[in-house]
Ligand binder design. Structure first.
Ligand SMILES: [Cu+2]
Length: 156
């Protein structure tokens, strides 16, 4: 009787042990591959707020606008060995600073608002990232970066 041997095998597993095995499998597959750090960046007219120490790894950035005009937070990883000053100098000369950095993404937030989404970035160890807002309040006004809305951090 083939069915009987099957039953006998199932019966030799204590039910609680079988359930524990199923749960362990389910919990393992639900667990994220790595922890996601969360960093909220604040912006005012016209600066970014102080940043906490930022570690390498998967990081979700949020952007909170505490100012009275619309702002953006462009996040870019500077090329190895490049300084923020070099990027700003190049931008000021009218050239495109994209050659010195790799953009990660951008968040927008209206006055007094938080960005509707977050920016998920895999931060590289020991690298410098720049945050910048290039909005202008009017066509004849300077970009916010020229008013001081720029900052940087190096992953530690
Ligand atoms: Cu701005």
């Amino acid at each position: 009787m083939p069915n009987q041997s099957h039953h006998r095998f199932a019966a030799c597993l204590p039910p609680s042990l079988a359930l524990a095995a199923i749960l362990a499998t389910a919990l393992t597959s639900c667990r994220p591959a790595q922890d996601i750090h969360r960093v909220t960046v604040s912006g005012t007219d016209y600066a970014f707020g102080a940043l906490p120490a930022i570690r390498p790894g998967l990081t979700a950035f949020g952007f909170e606008n505490r100012g009275k005009v619309k702002h953006e937070m462009i996040l870019a990883r500077l090329k190895e060995g490049v300084t923020l000053k070099q990027v700003l100098d190049l931008a000021q000369s009218g050239a495109d600073p994209d050659s010195l950095a790799d953009a990660a993404g951008v968040l927008f937030a209206g006055p007094g608002q938080r960005s509707g989404g977050e920016l998920l970035v895999q931060l590289t160890p020991g690298r410098t990232y720049a945050m910048v807002c290039t909005f202008r309040d009017a066509k004849d006004k300077p970009p916010h970066v020229a008013l001081g809305m720029v900052t940087s951090f190096t992953t530690q």
